[in-house]
Design a protein around this ligand. Structure first.
Ligand code: ZN
Length: 274
């Protein structure tokens, strides 16, 4: 083939591969939010009714983009419906309502089981024996662009936005944590000073939750957050969105750190009882 013709074809292919997804996104965002999706939000995303108008509009734009870009797969016999897709997308997008940086650009696949799923994990005992231990899970976030969820837990969490437990917020907080390349409880922040103050606030609160957990004392945070700093960030995120008043009152510095990270203050949203 003529090398000039080859070059022209290659450049055209590159231009199309960049242009077509942008065009599809622009079209999807310009389309009205479907009435059926609106009904799903009304029914399943209790908090969406309490958002101020600009955030409510933003949520709908983010959901449209999320559903265009992410692939959903049912597992364990589950058939993926619009209700499942819209509910998960809306919950996930609550975390990025006011954040720059796109709609989870590293995420491609969402796998949904009907209920708690069992995975087999390698676990080393003290003698170094590797065991394949089965665990029942409600959700899992992978760094290779995958989130796995149990639909019954998703629905319970989305219909009750005040109990501090929400598997979608939890797993998608792990996705945000992974944006800087490591899942360690410190997501991508603005600069070195931000990391220093983040580390100071989070390590103190993490140590306190570990003490409470060891001593069997109650905490505003789920004791699962004492597992490691990454779990603490995910659990603190659930608490920040679902119990903002208590968190601001009793864990003011941590609340302020998360408010500046997520760029929203969930206390401003009218709280309704479940
Ligand atoms: Zn977790």
């Amino acid at each position: 083939m003529n090398p000039w013709l080859f070059l022209a074809l290659a450049l055209t292919a590159i231009a199309l591969s960049l242009w077509v997804p942008r065009l599809r996104l622009r079209r999807a965002l310009a389309a009205p939010f479907p009435a059926a999706w609106e009904e799903i939000l009304r029914r399943n995303i209790e908090v969406s009714r309490s958002l101020p108008a600009p955030l409510a509009a933003r949520l709908r734009m983010l959901v449209k983009q999320f559903l265009l870009e992410k692939h959903f797969t049912g597992a364990g016999g589950l058939e993926v419906t619009d209700e499942i897709r819209v509910t998960i997308a809306a919950e996930a997008c609550m975390l990025i309502l006011n954040r720059p940086g796109g709609v989870y650009p590293g995420l491609r696949y969402i796998i949904v089981y009907p209920s708690a799923f069992v995975v087999r994990r390698e676990a080393r005992d003290e003698a170094g024996v590797v065991d394949l231990a089965p665990h029942g899970l409600l959700g899992e976030s992978w760094r290779n662009g995958k989130v796995i969820l149990a639909w019954d837990s998703v629905l319970n969490g989305s219909r009750n936005f005040v109990d501090g437990r929400n598997v979608v917020l939890h797993e998608f907080a792990h996705q945000l944590d992974a944006e800087d390349g490591s899942v360690n409880g410190a997501p991508l922040l603005a600069g070195e000073r931000s990391y220093r103050s983040w580390a100071a606030v989070f390590s103190e609160e993490f140590a306190e939750l570990q003490r409470d957990t060891r001593r069997g004392r109650e905490s505003l945070f789920d004791h699962y957050g004492a597992t490691n700093p990454a779990e603490f960030f995910a659990v603190a995120t659930e608490t920040f969105f679902e119990k903002p008043e208590q968190m601001a009152q009793h864990h003011a510095e941590l609340f302020a750190a998360l408010r500046s990270y997520y760029r929203v203050d969930p206390r401003e949203w009218i709280r309704r009882s479940p």
